[in-house]
Design a protein around this ligand. Sequence first.
Ligand SMILES: Nc1nc2c(ncn2[C@@H]2O[C@H](COP(=O)(O)OP(=O)(O)OP(=O)(O)O)[C@@H](O)[C@H]2O)c(=O)[nH]1
Ligand SMILES: [Mg+2]
Length: 200
Amino acid sequence: MTGSDATLQKVSAPDTVKILIAGGFGVGKTTMVGSVSEIVPLRTEEPLTTAGLGIDDLNGIEEKKATTVALDFGRITVSQDLVLYLFGTPGQQRFWFMWNDLAVGALGAVVLVDVRRPESSFAAIDFFERRKIPFVIGVNGFYGEHPYEPEEIRESLALPEDAQVLLCDARERGSCRDVLIALIDQLIATTARGSHPSPP
Ligand SMILES: Nc1nc2c(ncn2[C@@H]2O[C@H](COP(=O)(O)OP(=O)(O)OP(=O)(O)O)[C@@H](O)[C@H]2O)c(=O)[nH]1
Ligand SMILES: [Mg+2]
């Protein structure tokens, strides 16, 4: 190898891929980005106040004190060739108008589902299906419990047979990483089949 080859190798940048972490209100999106990010994540959280009474459904997430009003941002190096930029979406319906902008250039998404209230992530699934953005489902067990098999979750969410449903814990780095790797493997397989949609 000549000196200039070595220099070229050193400066070759990894591929960067934009991934969204989406799902319903309070399903653990900010927690997931924070668990897995190797940089201090950017968060845009504001306190939940009495102004949200009757609007924000805190059933099952009574301890929740803050909510994302714009986005979360984090980064994870998957390999020396691949870095993921993670964008967590806001979960509350009044902030969904931002999802279109957040989705620009995203190659894929994790739709996080709270195992206790899977219906809260229906809208997120619909969003990615309509735009043909590939996604995997991460089922956040919250108290570390997974009472349902992935197959049962797939059926309850009316997902196609080939949809990947992965049980996870948004607080655990390794668990979140596994979900992201499953998504990347899916993106690679889809690209290899030549049926990858253009990013929006
Ligand atoms: N016990 C437990 N608590 C969790 C888990 N994931 C998130 N939480 C807690 O649940 C609350 C909601 O988590 P967030 O990460 O803020 O949820 P989010 O989806 O970003 O919420 P929004 O941005 O408001 O839609 C927080 O108090 C978290 O600490 C989990 O896996 N287990
Ligand atoms: Mg959040």
